[in-house]
Design a protein around this ligand. Sequence first.
Ligand code: GAP
Length: 466
Amino acid sequence: METTPTPLASLETLTALCKRRGFIFPGSEIYGGFAGTYDLGPLGVALRKNLVDLWIRSMQSHDNIAQLDSSIVTSGKVWEASGHVSGFSDPLVMCKACHSKLRADHLLEAVHVAADEKMSEGELNALFDAHRAELVCPVCGKKDFGQVTAKNLLALTNLGMFEEGDAQVYLRGETAQGIFINFKNVLDTGFYSVPFGIAQVGKAFRNEISPRQFLFRKREFEQMEMQYFVPENEARASFAEWKDERMAYYKALGISASKLRFKQHENLVFYAKDACDIEYEYPFGWGELEGIHYRGEYDLTQHQKFSGVDLRVYDEERKEHFIPHVVEASVGVDRTMLMVLADAYYEDELNGEKRVVLRFNPKVAPIKAMVSPLLKNKPELVQKAQEVRAFLKKIHPAIAWDDNGNIGKRYRRQDEIGTPYCITIDFDTLGETPELKDTVTLRDRDTGSQERLTLAEVAEKISGTI
Ligand code: GAP
């Protein structure tokens, strides 16, 4: 069946679909919302799990990558050593007219002026003042801003604070620091030696000044980070390999190649030796998906200095100790979800009917197949369909049931949530046409085409979605 796809995914369209079908709900919605937070609904949980599992599997394809799950709260020294306490900030500016809190660098970007990440508060104010006349508040449209101030992004909490004077703790601003402080623990297990990597998936928190663009910039988000520890002389080659591997990963996932690109960092932070982002063309334009950074020996050196623990590794050949260099690949789960949703969204026409369809890679799809009896008032069809569903659920649990409305409506509902296959049980399945006994109709989401398959053949299709 011919389809005429027209990719069309404004952020508003995606946000509405995600809410309507149970992928993503706005955080604290019944209390009027809570900026920068979103809750995953039934399909969102499944989508997230599939994406995280695929990332973990890609890391596990390397024999020398260990997994870790470190704490969200840590000793405050971790964040002093990492430089987050002194230097992890965004430039805040208030609109005096409507009191909106805005990012000064984003206001400058809107008039095509780039603020360097390394700029001091004074330098930013000078740049902001030079363009003040052009800068407009995106909320109220006025041109009346205060001074730019650098606001630290680390979020504080009061865990275990029983007496005045007890220190507050930081919620981790990135999962990477948990990896650095466990580098020696993993090495000491004896199962890994440099070069090796540590990968982990977990929540991170940042006091983002202006959370925005749906899942793109949140205050509570999730990261999938991998730090690769290498001798200095192998680090540049490793950086190039990780860049290639991570880009190939997204292409293999089926993401449109024309919407992916590398962006080289021109102004490197003082410790970085090289850095680039993989960008995706989101509905609002190009934005960072994943950062691939060659961070030198900075992180381990800092933690060695602040903790007093020797984090060096012994080189048997050279008979000397050294601090490994780090290549990092860091991507947000939320930004991956946003990309996968935006990339899969199509409005097209099938058999003369308009439809919305999410063309997920089947491995990403939250529901793998929907089983349905042709007629819901025929107990023999319903019973057979339930048996088929139970059989397929042994291969993958995400096999849905739908006997509501006519078959066309059932297909539309599954198209909208990206279910790759719909399986219908009819009288031929029961043996009305003897040669078709125990075969079912399998309908393909993308083409709408239908084929008659045995249960073993259907099982094979479902196995291909895992
Ligand atoms: N350890 C390096 C690090 O944290 P980063 O560029 O600040 O680097 C890495 O973050 C990735 O985490 C980003 O590429 C993005 O995918 C995700 N990320 C960062 N801040 C985010 C936010 N506020 N909301 C959603 N995802 C975010």
